[in-house]
Write a protein that binds this ligand. Structure first.
Ligand code: E4P
Length: 217
């Protein structure tokens, strides 16, 4: 499973990229606003810090505007992936980007029917929003299961990028459900390393080791 960071915090991205465990980055207009910096600069810095795909989202609502913005964003770096919303206009733009060889991430997916359309439009990634579905009383993970079944039935190449991840359990359940990737906020990513029994076990090992008075080196 590919693990992406959902962030525009360049320091946090560099810190986690140094582990070698980060396969890509996703951003959105809210995260760009949170950075307080010009979008082009933030995306360029992230693309320089990470070799994998970096999603940069268009903000136009019409196909022509999305195409103009997406083509411009795609010039920032070769690893930019253009993020378009799952709307009628967004999918028409997605189809055109696919013809032009520009990779897309179709975002704000909340149903399997939407995911089917995105795959037919040639999306490289589909982003089902798990946490936001949970927020409204649905089970976001069911959507991953449904999309996996549909994509496997028809051999669609579109990768399922589980998004709106809030907990480590979301990550593991998305992996069990067969998501190709998960995009994870840095704080949740850091939580993936941790387990209280690991900490307790290590603490005990170190106490016992100290009693031996030995040194490995
Ligand atoms: C995905 O690409 C989105 O940027 C993100 O996962 C949205 O997450 P949120 O629902 O926590 O805002």
């Amino acid at each position: 499973m590919q693990l992406f960071l959902d962030s525009t915090d360049v320091a946090a991205i560099k810190d986690l990229a140094a582990t070698g465990l980060v396969d890509g980055i996703t951003t959105n207009p809210t995260l760009i606003a949170k950075s307080g910096r010009p979008m082009a600069k933030v995306i360029a810095e992230i693309c320089a810090a990470v070799e994998g795909p970096v999603s940069a989202e268009v903000t136009a609502q019409d196909t022509a505007g999305m195409l103009d913005e997406g083509r411009k964003l795609a010039t920032i770096a070769p690893n930019v992936v253009i993020k378009v919303p799952l709307t009628r206009d967004g999918l028409i733009a997605c189809r055109e980007f696919a013809h032009e060889g520009i990779s897309t991430n179709v975002t704000l997916c909340f149903s399997a029917a939407q995911a089917l359309l995105a795959a037919k439009a040639g999306a490289a990634y589909i982003s089902p929003f798990i946490g936001r579905l949970d927020d409204v009383g649905a089970d976001g993970m069911d959507l991953i299961v449904e999309i996996r079944a549909i994509y496997d039935n028809y051999d669609f190449d579109t990768e399922i990028l589980a998004a709106s991840i809030r907990t480590p359990t979301h990550v593991t359940n998305a992996a069990i459900a067969g998501a190709d990737c998960a995009t994870i906020p840095p704080d949740v990513f850091n939580d993936l390393f941790k387990h209280p029994l690991t900490e307790r076990g290590l603490d005990q090992f170190m106490k016992d080791w100290a009693k031996t008075g030995q040194s490995i080196l």
